[in-house]
Design a protein around this ligand. Structure first.
Ligand SMILES: *Cc1c(COP(=O)(O)O)cnc(C)c1O
Length: 356
């Protein structure tokens, strides 16, 4: 069997959820969209089901997978419904819907429903992606409130730059939120992971942690609270071949690495088709049998190469960690022209092995 796999530490996931919930100071929806950022939405939701206040996913398709797996807690659709025909299904499966655009308000006005649908009305407080404009927000809330079959429950918004801790934009978005929602009833939900960790003034009734649940810091630099997170995924494989090369020899496609001295090169059974970044730089950290090592040469589809020169004990069968318990994913990101979000979501083909 190919030795590549992703170990998923469910105890770490629960630890990170508890930290997120405590920082938020209220309730927290665990964001498990995109198959829980590559960690497997069903198993992650099952691991959190007893303590999570609920879950958030992108769309009804993702929510139904969770319901079919027996998840009973509230589930919020972050993009809401895409067409009126989904509305009966939302009620049938007890799903909550974000309403982010005037056309969705209109659909609700002309679609009677047998029971009230719980709705989170989203404000565009400055990200300019989804959300009702600040000047129209209160009117949209009142229109939903007037419908017997709709229950507007939560005033929500989303930050564009909360991961930039010295950026004034987050405070501006908070001010816009306060102004646009003033005087309206209902609870509030604003915080994603970087806001939970970095902007305590943004706390509300419902937090929406995603990335931090998986134990990866949203910040480019070190951060005391983010340091309390525990990595959930450990991506690993093994050395399947070893080359002893003299100085001046190229390794792999495009000769992206040329040996400067006699070098032992280990070939590891894991490549970009498994989700490892194709353009990770020479020197990107790995751990070889638990000790720090480095990537050399361009990553191939099914394999990558590491420098074993300082690892005389290592050879065929040695375990190589690409990121996880020993190699912070953020360090791989920093050398790979990608983001932590995309790094995790890209993981595929490798079996997910659950622990805890
Ligand atoms: C994905 C998403 C989140 C979670 O964001 P993280 O940065 O991963 O914590 C929260 N809210 C909304 C609306 C989202 O789309």
């Amino acid at each position: 069997m190919r030795p590549a796999r992703a170990l998923i530490d469910l105890d770490a996931l629960r630890h990170n959820y508890r930290l997120a919930r405590r920082l938020g100071g209220g309730r927290a929806l665990a964001v498990v969209k995109a198959d829980a950022y590559g960690h497997g939405a069903v198993r992650c939701a099952q691991a959190l089901e007893t303590e999570a206040d609920g879950f958030a996913v992108a769309c009804i398709e993702e929510a139904l997978v969770l319901r079919q797996a027996g998840i009973r807690k509230p589930i919020l659709l972050l993009e809401g419904f895409f067409e009126a025909s989904e509305l009966p299904l939302l009620l049938e499966h007890d799903l909550w819907s974000v309403v982010h655009a005037p056309w969705q308000v209109e659909v609700l006005e002309r679609t009677p429903l047998p029971r009230p649908l719980t709705v989170w009305l989203k404000l565009d407080s400055g990200m300019h992606r989804l959300g009702i404009g600040a000047d129209e927000y209160a009117a949209a809330w009142r229109r939903l409130e007037a419908l017997p079959h709709v229950r507007p429950a939560v005033k929500m918004s989303h930050f564009a730059r909360a991961d930039e801790l010295d950026c004034a934009r987050t405070r501006e978005q908070l001010d816009t939120f306060a102004r646009a929602t003033a005087g309206l009833p209902g609870q509030t939900s604003i915080c994603n992971s970087p806001a939970l960790l970095g902007w305590p003034e943004a706390r509300g009734d419902w937090a929406r942690p995603g990335l931090m649940l998986y134990g990866v810091s949203p910040f480019a630099r070190g951060h005391d609270l983010a340091a309390q997170l525990r990595p959930v995924m450990t991506l690993e494989s093994k050395v399947i071949a070893v080359r002893e090369l003299p100085a001046g020899e190229p390794v792999g496609y495009g000769a992206r690495f040329v040996t400067e001295a006699p070098t032992r090169v280990g070939v590891v059974a894991l490549g970009y088709a498994d989700g490892y970044p194709q353009f990770a730089a020479n020197g990107t950290p790995v751990a070889i049998d638990g000790r720090p090592g480095r990537l050399v040469g361009r990553v191939s589809m099914d394999m990558l190469t590491v420098d074993l020169s300082d690892h005389p004990q290592a050879g065929v069968g040695s375990r190589v960690e690409l990121w996880g318990a020993q190699v912070p994913a953020a360090e791989v990101v920093a050398r790979s022209q990608t983001s932590s979000y995309r790094l995790l979501c890209a993981v595929k083909r490798v079996p997910l092995v659950y622990q805890g």
